[in-house]
Ligand binder design. Structure first.
Ligand code: PLP
Length: 441
């Protein structure tokens, strides 16, 4: 069985040299949590430039859904590279974009036809949703959520409310957006308890927001993540989206769902919203859609995607190689990876649940499929966020050859490739246990 193999001090000599060069020439705006300089990767295993081997439970921020360099994805990329690298779907037609749009449209549940707009990233998919909602409804206002992350371009950033550093010095942003509390039941912003609360957070939208400050007939869209990602892997109660969507429908407001992180099989279903039994009006997709090739997509009901030629486009959006990588990815998801995500996700959740019995600092374990988060607290009773412990656990896990990422203020996310095996989960958890014991045991 494969295991992590750390042969040098970290960072090793080659990594140290490259990091020094990076500091001179690369933008300092990136958040690097630990000094990993990647050379190559396969499946869940990442090699750095000094020959150290790591087990990757980040999948490149929930992107490499089929594992690093899945042979079928690589083959599709190589075949397409021999045929056509670029022509621009903005001004010309080409087969991979049309075939992928047809496939994506067929995956979206709900009545009526669907259409797809292609961009290059999650932010671009959200940006397109934001603009299309205005175009279609001719309304100016939008509702988004505290804790939400929708990207960093000015429109998407205006919808984002995750960390202050993402917005600092960038004002004024796009006006007309109201952020409201998400159903973060572990720390209910209204101090209520589910299910006794009967989802008072949703009632508040109609009873307070729409009665006092926001005329609902001026709201174009509610933009929401099915499960909050960067905000802390926060899973809302089962009825949350249904109830909120009902209010949206009552006032002709579009329900726009950001599945950039939660979509493409990660939760064991193609789209996380399927767990909540809601058919959204639009879905923003990116990250896992093309196993690492840059691609963003916005799907919408055909009657909603009614903008005119020239109203929105992107030179590189829907690049033919990215589209072929997406088609290969979707095939793999449907052939068994989605099922594996559900199966191994359960195993991961149960195993983390067992660890939680040992460690007081694991305040909350939550997730669906392979979108799993653990919130670290100083003590269960006060729920005081243990941010330093969380950071130290991630750092020490790296030193032992396990790649993890944080999310929210004090959580760790587990978002491995959908190819993950139970042996790989066991390896991850044995390192995690060891590290937690040392940091906060
Ligand atoms: N939306 C969600 C839910 C995300 O998690 C992210 C990225 O983390 C984005 C949008 C932005 O995607 P990108 O970084 O590709 O622009």
């Amino acid at each position: 069985m494969k295991s992590p193999n750390i042969r040098t001090t970290l960072p090793g000599p080659k990594a140290r040299k490259l990091i020094k060069q990076d500091k001179t020439y690369v933008s300092p705006s990136y958040t690097r949590y630990y000094p990993l300089v990647v050379e190559k990767a396969q499946g869940l295993w990442v090699n750095d430039v000094d020959g150290n081997r790591f087990l990757d439970f980040t999948s490149g921020i929930a992107v490499c859904a089929t594992g690093h360099c899945h042979p079928r994805v690589v083959k599709a990329i190589k075949q397409q590279a021999d045929l056509l690298l670029h022509m621009s779907g903005t001004d010309f037609y080409y087969m991979p974009q049309i075939v992928l749009a047809t496939k994506l449209a067929s995956l979206i549940k709900g009545k009526g036809g669907k259409k797809v707009y292609f961009g290059n990233s999650g932010a671009e998919a959200v940006e397109a949703a934001f603009k299309l909602a205005r175009w279609h409804t001719q309304r100016e206002l939008n509702i988004a959520f505290f804790g939400a992350f929708h990207g960093r371009t000015m429109g998407a950033l205006s919808l984002t409310a995750s960390k202050m550093i993402q917005k600092k010095h960038y004002n004024p942003l796009v006006p007309g957006i109201t952020h409201i509390p998400y159903a973060y039941c572990y720390r209910c912003p209204y101090n209520l308890t589910y299910p006794k609360c009967k989802l008072g957070c949703v009632d508040w939208v109609e009873d307070t927001l729409f009665r006092t400050t926001i005329p609902p007939e001026e709201v174009a869209a509610i933009i929401v993540e099915p499960i909050q990602g960067e905000g802390g892997y926060v899973v809302p109660p089962p009825e949350f989206h249904k109830k909120l969507n009902k209010i949206a429908k009552k006032y002709g407001i579009l329900y726009v769902v950001d599945e950039v992180q939660s979509g493409m099989g990660r939760t064991g279903k193609m789209f996380a919203m399927e767990h909540f039994n809601v058919n959204p009006d639009m879905i923003a997709l990116a990250k896992g859609i093309a196993s690492g090739m840059p691609l963003g997509a916005l799907t919408a009901r055909s009657d909603i995607m009614d903008w005119e030629a020239g109203s929105h486009a992107s030179t590189f959006g829907g690049n033919p190689i990215s589209c072929q990588a997406a088609l290969a990815t979707i095939e793999l998801l449907e052939e068994g990876l989605m099922e594996n995500a559900a199966l191994q996700g359960n195993y991961l959740m149960n195993s983390l649940g067992e660890l939680q019995n040992t460690f007081e600092c694991m305040g909350d374990v939550r997730g669906i499929g392979l979108m799993v988060g653990v919130e670290f607290v100083e003590e269960r009773k006060t729920k005081k966020p243990a941010r330093e412990w969380r950071n130290e656990i991630i750092k020490r896990a790296f030193e032992k050859g396990l790649l993890l990422l944080g999310c929210g203020e004090n959580s760790i996310r587990f978002c491995p490739a959908l190819t993950v095996t139970s042996d790989e989960i066991d390896t991850c958890l044995s390192i995690l246990e060891d590290v937690i014991k040392k940091v906060a045991g």
